[in-house]
Write a new protein. Structure first.
Length: 295
């Protein structure tokens, strides 16, 4: 039996307008004119024989029918996008494009990546560390490690690890001129900062200290450089558990105090629906969980 389908070219316009509740924002997303969005939706409404939007002077709202239709159409377009990713994979079956932050890449992923390569010599990993959320289809990304709340639309999001923040430093600082025996001893040492949400002001408050300036010291935009500065003995860093785990295990850093603060954000493995049908994606996904479980 032939499918009863609407004009397929109208669906991206409808989906974008429904998500933004704005024809103007939908036009900007799809790089077309406001008039093109309006015509596509009017055409769709005529084909369906029902109103999808209530149009106001400066705003639009979905009708009940429009809201129900938008939910189904959005899910269908997501599935089409995922299927497209899978279908295009054979052209580069041995190349795995991974998106993550430069901090996670530099201090957690890259030091372990040789183990993945030894187990999967036919898969070449290519890392994208722009810091921006990649569009899997547009940017050609197969799988991502993201740090956030985990509520990413249109993709599969699997919890990978919590993040805890605690003081770390080079072993040489612990027994130096001013040994680090308690958090109060931090007043003798340089603080190292990165751009993480939990900062020294928050940690010092939790430690009950109000006589140490939380703003002084070295500051880096990149967490990877901040960790390297701590390894080189430049000061004491609030280390993020995932990013300092390899250095702690190797003895390049130590944790002088017990106090740690849990972040409400976590690490997630993210990929399009259906992506695990590709052997390279499933192999990397499974390896990530195995490595994180091993510490």
């Amino acid at each position: 039996m032939a499918r009863r389908l609407p004009p397929l070219t109208t669906l991206p316009a409808f989906d974008a307008a429904a998500r933004h509740l704005s024809f103007t924002k939908a036009a900007a997303e799809l790089h077309v004119t406001h008039g093109a969005i309006s015509r596509a939706i009017r055409n769709l409404e005529e084909q369906l024989g029902t109103r999808l939007f209530q149009r106001g002077t400066r705003s639009v709202q979905l009708t009940p029918t429009g809201a129900a239709y938008a939910a189904d159409i959005g899910a269908a377009l997501d599935r089409i996008g995922a299927a497209t990713v899978v279908a295009s994979a054979p052209r580069s079956s041995g190349i795995l494009n991974v998106s993550t932050s430069d901090g996670f890449a530099g201090r957690w992923l890259v030091p372990r990546l040789n183990r993945f390569h030894r187990a999967h010599r036919d898969i070449d990993v290519r890392l994208s560390t722009s810091g921006l959320f990649a569009d899997f289809l547009r940017d050609g990304i197969d799988i991502a490690i993201r740090f956030g709340a985990g509520d990413y639309e249109g993709v599969v999001s699997e919890f990978l690890a919590d993040e805890e923040v605690f003081a770390v430093c080079s072993p040489e600082l612990v027994e130096g001129e001013h040994p680090l025996r308690s958090p109060a001893d931090l007043k003798f040492h340089r603080l190292i900062h990165d751009n993480f949400r939990i900062d020294w002001a928050t940690w010092l408050q939790a430690a009950g200290l109000d006589d140490i300036d939380p703003s002084g010291g070295l500051r880096f935009d990149s967490a990877a450089y901040a960790v390297e500065a701590a390894v080189q003995g430049e000061g004491v860093l609030l280390g993020r558990s995932a990013l300092v785990s390899a250095d702690l295990a190797a003895g390049r850093l130590i944790r002088p105090f017990d106090l740690g603060l849990k972040s409400r954000w976590k690490y997630y493995v993210v990929y399009p629906e259906g992506a695990l049908r590709q052997r390279k994606v499933k192999a990397f996904r499974d390896w990530l969980f195995s490595e994180m479980a091993d510490g």
